[in-house]
Design a protein around this ligand. Structure first.
Ligand code: CO8
Length: 260
């Protein structure tokens, strides 16, 4: 498939996916969401891809939100459909096998903040700005923000951000646990690649099963989640990577994982 609003680059086992609508600060319209959904399917089934980095084009915005010019004339049905398209697309980030790192290189507002929250790991440039400004537009957050933000930062802080629409800087996002690390913008992609490559060097099946245990388990009660974890843990003993990893440790050498 050809993509109009997305760029894809491969750097070894790392796929770098860029939302590419710089004139609209990478705002998400339905065409972009549909392309993203298709590309995530493609990457998810590509076993040569061990980690994905998601970023925005230019040095001003990660994603400045859902596309306001497209949304302004929606009726209720269209609004619901658009929200559902966003939900289904963002959920693919959580359920695809490979870890996804959001490299947040500027504004991550509304749907942009929500997209970042659907990634497994978030790192930010010092210029990044976060917020859910929907209430300033007469909207609620509609791409999962009312659900993922409280899960990530707690209901008190999430409520304040969702009720005020306040925009916070990268330092504050780090303080509240919304991002893992903050880097100068000019080193952000280098750091994202370093992290993605570190992850790609680990046993791929074990990394993917860890992701699955986190993403599935977070929505279960503890007993069910631990039962799932036990199944996942057991499964690792059927992999060559487990034999290789444990063997290499005992033989005091570096493991060579094949993702089998
Ligand atoms: N949608 C469409 N176009 C946008 C968006 C957007 N979200 N953000 C910026 N743009 C466009 C601007 O219109 C402008 O276009 P043009 O050059 O043609 O006038 C261009 O990008 C550059 O933007 P600015 O000139 O405004 O740049 P500034 O540096 O002055 O400001 C800001 C940058 C602060 C990021 C500013 O652009 C802004 O406030 N943008 C909107 C941010 C926002 O409110 N985002 C939330 C949108 S709502 C949302 O995401 C809901 C998600 C759930 C949807 C569920 C649907 C049912």
């Amino acid at each position: 498939m050809n993509y109009t609003n997305l760029l894809l680059e491969k750097n070894g086992a790392v796929a770098v996916l860029t939302i590419n609508r710089p004139k609209a600060l990478n705002a998400l319209n339905s065409d972009t969401l549909k392309e993203l959904s298709a590309l995530l399917d493609e990457l998810g089934s590509d076993s040569s891809v061990k980690a994905v980095i998601l970023t925005g084009s230019g040095d001003k915005a990660f994603i400045a939100g859902a596309d306001i010019s497209q949304m302004k004339d929606f009726n209720a049905i269209e609004g619901r459909r658009f929200a559902q398209l966003g939900h289904a697309t963002f959920r693919k980030l959580e359920l695809m096998p490979q870890p996804v790192i959001a490299a947040i290189n500027g504004f991550a507002l509304g749907g942009g903040c929500e997209l970042a929250m659907a990634c497994d790991i978030r790192i930010a440039g010092e210029n990044a700005k976060f917020g859910q400004p929907e209430v300033t537009l007469g909207l609620t957050a509609g791409f999962g923000g009312t659900q993922r933000l409280p899960r990530l930062v707690g209901t008190g802080i999430a409520s304040e951000l969702l009720f005020t629409g306040d925009v916070i800087d990268a330092k504050e996002a780090y303080r509240i646990g919304l991002v893992n690390k903050v880097y100068p913008l000019d080193t952000l992609m280098e750091e994202a690649l370093k992290l993605a490559k570190r992850i790609s060097g680990r046993a791929p099946v074990a990394v993917q099963l860890s992701k699955s245990a986190i993403q599935r388990g977070i929505n279960m009660d503890l007993d069910s989640a631990q039962a799932f974890e036990a199944e996942v843990f057991g499964l690792t003993f059927s992999t060559q990577d487990q034999t290789e990893g444990c063997g290499a440790f005992l033989e005091k050498r570096k493991p060579v994982f094949e993702g089998k």
